[in-house]
Write a protein that binds this ligand. Structure first.
Ligand SMILES: [Zn+2]
Length: 305
């Protein structure tokens, strides 16, 4: 029998990730207020997202850091204040990884720590998260896609297995944000010690698992912008260019925040609608199957299993 006849259907791995971040009010003037650290949608609504996933593997990145400790008195606040929800995540094929925002309080405002303090802030939080058994600190995502070579080296030295901070093709350096993943590709890679954005001969042991970015054009954009695959986005925008990605790749890692599905809101890109979220998952499966591939939902931890 020729090899041709033995060909099996190719798998397409889907990593659904959820960041437990603060609730942002989409209709408020200070939409991105880092100081308003409220997490109501997680406790009150995340079970609805679990139910919508219907047993598919998913990965949750839970905030545990200096801001959480300062505001709520407990690094494990999001875990300890929602015991039945945490149980439900584990029982419904979810895993709990670590999400950290490297912020500090200055003049009663929470702001990103300066570049020179990234590593010391990370190490302080790392020391504390290790006392929370529910959170797998060996898989981390840094808030606002912050990274530099020193921080990646510290993540690597700490024994972290997977970092999922990369936002391929994006770079910002302004008063609001500083991030640089301009030359990064969508595929997981072992970052170079000389340049965290790409692989190299001197690669570190930590695997970088980027949040996949695909060109999308919302009605308010002049040109398409590389945006992460977020299942809360309006379906027509999210799927504009996803087929080309599916055709040419073997896996996709998405990112969604609970409030983008659970909170009411009006926005040009985010639907704020559970039905849209449900439909986007269905649509993703349909598009993968359209290319003769078998969609397989996996945990981020399986990337190095
Ligand atoms: Zn975050």
């Amino acid at each position: 029998m020729s090899l041709r006849h033995c060909r099996t259907m190719e798998n397409f791995d889907i990593y659904l990730t959820f960041d437990i971040d603060q609730d942002f009010d989409p209709n408020s003037a200070d939409y991105y207020n880092r100081t308003a650290a409220k997490f109501d949608s997680f406790g009150t609504g995340f079970q609805k997202i679990i139910d919508a996933l219907g047993g598919k593997a998913f990965s949750v990145f839970v905030r545990s850091d200096h801001q959480i400790k300062t505001v709520y008195g407990d690094y494990g606040y999001l875990i300890n204040s929602n015991p039945s929800l945490i149980k439900s995540i584990k029982e419904n094929n979810g895993e709990l990884n670590w999400h950290i925002h490297l912020y500090e309080e200055r003049d009663n405002e929470w702001v990103p720590v300066g570049e020179s303090r990234l590593v010391s802030s990370f190490l302080e939080d790392l020391c504390n998260v290790k006392s929370i058994p529910e959170i797998n600190w060996r898989i981390v995502r840094i808030g606002e896609c912050v990274m530099n070579n020193e921080l990646m080296a510290a993540i690597n030295a700490a024994g972290i297995k997977i970092d999922s901070t990369a936002l391929p093709g994006r770079k910002r350096d302004d008063s609001e944000k500083k991030l640089d993943w301009l030359i990064t590709d969508n595929l997981p890679y072992y970052p170079s010690a000389q340049d965290y954005r790409t692989f190299g001969v001197d690669s570190l042991n930590v695997l970088e698992a980027p949040m996949v970015t695909i060109p999308m054009k919302a009605s308010y954009d002049k040109e398409p912008i590389l945006r992460y695959v977020n299942l809360s986005f309006k379906t027509d925008i999210l799927f504009q260019n996803i087929e080309e990605f599916i055709r040419n790749n073997k896996s996709l890692l998405s990112i969604t925040h609970p409030f983008e599905v659970l909170s009411p809101g009006t926005h040009g890109l985010i639907a704020y609608d559970m039905e849209v979220f449900r439909n986007n998952i269905k649509e993703l499966v349909t598009r993968v199957e359209k290319f003769g591939k078998r969609p397989v939902f996996k945990h981020v931890s399986e990337l190095t299993a």
